[in-house]
Design a protein around this ligand. Structure first.
Ligand code: HEM
Length: 378
C-alpha cells in the first residue's frame, strides 16, 4: 500500500476524540456568552495594537510626525499587554468548549504553534525597545518596529491556521500522516487567506478611530488645530480599513463551503451578523462625522459601538464554527455536571479584574492628560 492509499484509508474515518468526561460545568450557553465577550475584547486589543504599529510605521516612513509618534510609541506596549491578558479567558473557554478539536489541531501544526510564544516575546520586546530608545537612528527604529509588525502578523496567521484546522476534523489524519512532526500549516484550507485578511484589516479601523479621538482631544486641549492632521489620518485609515474588511468578507463568503454558510445563516448566526453589520455602519458614520465636526462624543460613541459590533461578529463566527463541526460534534453531546460555585468564583474574579483594569486605565489616562496639559499650558 503506497502513502496515498494509506492516507485515503485512514481518512475514511474521522478520529474525533470524545469530549472531556468531566463535561461542562454550566450550560453551554453561559460559556458561549462569556467567550464572546472576552474574545471580542481580545480582538479589539489586537486590532488597536496592530493598527497602532501600522500607523506608527507609516508616519515614520513619510517622515511626518504630526505629534502622534510619542502617543503611539507609549500606547503600543500597553495595548500588547491588554491583548495578552484579554486572550487568556477565551483560551480557557475554547479549551473547555472545543478542547478535543483545539488540542488536535494544535498538535498537528505543533512546531508552528509553539513558535507563537517566542514571537509574542519578540513583538512585545521590540515595542519596548522602540519606546525606550527614542533617539535611535530612524532606520534602526523602522527595523525594530518592522520586526514587531512581522512577529504580530505571523502570530495572527498561525492562529488562523490553527482555528481553521480545529474546525475541519476531516483533514486531520491525512495531515498528521503526511507530517507527524507538526512542521506544517493548514495551507490547503480554502478560506485561509480571506479569513486572515478579515481578522487583520480591522486593525486600521480600530486604531484609526482611536486616532480620530486623539486628534480631536489634542486640538481641544491646545486650543488650536494641531490635532487635525492626526484625526484626518485616523479617519482615512478607518475608511481604508473598512473597505479592506468588506473585500475580505467577500473573499470569505466566496470560499466558505456553501452548505455550511447557508446552515449558519439559517440559525442565530444570521441575527448576530446582521446586528454586527448595522453597528459597524453606525460606528463608522460616527467616527467620520466626529472627525469632520471635531466633536469628542461622536468617536467615543463610535468606539463603544465598535466594541459591541466585534462581540456580535465573534458570536456569528462561533455559530459558523458550530456548523463546520456539526457532523462530528455538538454542544448537546457533552454532559453537564453543574459546578455553580466554580462559575461564581470565575465571574467574581473576572468582574474584579475588569474593574481593576478600568480603574488603572482611568488613573493612568488622567495622569497622562494632566502631564500633557501641564507641558503645553505655556
Ligand atoms: C500578536 C498577538 C496576537 C494576534 C495577532 C492574535 C490574533 C488572533 C486571531 C486572528 C484570531 C482568530 C483566528 C481565527 O478565528 O481564525 C485569534 C483567536 C484567538 N486568540 Fe489571539 N492573537 C494574538 C495573541 C493571543 C494571545 C497572547 C492569546 C492568549 C493568551 C490569544 C488567544 C486567542 C484565542 C483563545 C483565540 C480563539 C478563541 C476561539 O476560537 O474561541 N491570542 N487571535
Amino acid at each position: 500500500m503506497n502513502i496515498t492509499h494509506l492516507i485515503a484509508a485512514i481518512t475514511a474515518q474521522v478520529p474525533m476524540p470524545t469530549p472531556d468526561p468531566l463535561g461542562y460545568p454550566v450550560p453551554a450557553i453561559l460559556l458561549q456568552i462569556l467567550s464572546y465577550f472576552t474574545l471580542g475584547l481580545h480582538f479589539i486589543a489586537v486590532n488597536f495594537t496592530l493598527g497602532g504599529l501600522l500607523y506608527l510605521i507609516w508616519t515614520k516612513l513619510r517622515k511626518g510626525d504630526d505629534g502622534v509618534q510619542k502617543y503611539l510609541s507609549a500606547s503600543l506596549p500597553l495595548g500588547f499587554s491588554y491583548l495578552v491578558t484579554l486572550g487568556i479567558p477565551p483560551l480557557l473557554f475554547v479549551q473547555v468548549m472545543y478542547g478535543q478539536m483545539f488540542y488536535s489541531s494544535s498538535v498537528i501544526i505543533g512546531a508552528f504553534w509553539i513558535l507563537v510564544v517566542p514571537l509574542l516575546i519578540l513583538a512585545y520586546g521590540m515595542m519596548y525597545l522602540n519606546k525606550f530608545k527614542k533617539n535611535a537612528k530612524p532606520n534602526t527604529q523602522l527595523i525594530v518596529l518592522g520586526i514587531s509588525l512581522l512577529a504580530m502578523l505571523t502570530v495572527g496567521f498561525i492562529y488562523v491556521n490553527n482555528l481553521t484546522l480545529s474546525m475541519t476534523p476531516d483533514a486531520w489524519l491525512a495531515k498528521y500522516a503526511a507530517n507527524p512532526a507538526g512542521s506544517q500549516l493548514n495551507h490547503e484550507e480554502p478560506t485561509l487567506f480571506a479569513r486572515y485578511a478579515l481578522f487583520m484589516s480591522p486593525a486600521l479601523v480600530v486604531a484609526g478611530a482611536a486616532l480620530v479621538l486623539v486628534g480631536i482631544l489634542r486640538s481641544k486641549w491646545r486650543g488650536d488645530d494641531s490635532g487635525n492632521a492626526i484625526s484626518d489620518m485616523g479617519m482615512k485609515g478607518h475608511i481604508i480599513g473598512r473597505a479592506l474588511t468588506v473585500a475580505a468578507a467577500g473573499g470569505l463568503a466566496a470560499t466558505l463551503p456553501k452548505e455550511t454558510f447557508e446552515a449558519m445563516m439559517a440559525g442565530p448566526g444570521k441575527l448576530f451578523l446582521a446586528i454586527g453589520i448595522v453597528l459597524a455602519v453606525l460606528a463608522t458614520v460616527l467616527v467620520i462625522v466626529g472627525a469632520k465636526k471635531k466633536m469628542v462624543l461622536l468617536p467615543i460613541t463610535g468606539i463603544v459601538l465598535m466594541v459591541l459590533e466585534v462581540i456580535m461578529l465573534v458570536a456569528s463566527r462561533d455559530f459558523l464554527r458550530q456548523e463546520y463541526l456539526r457532523p462530528h460534534f455538538e454542544f448537546g453531546h457533552v454532559p453537564i455536571f453543574e459546578q455553580w460555585g466554580m462559575v461564581g468564583i470565575f465571574v467574581a474574579s473576572m468582574v474584579a479584574g475588569l474593574a481593576l483594569l478600568i480603574v488603572l486605565t482611568v488613573k493612568v489616562s488622567k495622569n497622562a492628560i494632566a502631564k500633557y496639559k501641564e507641558t503645553h499650558a505655556a
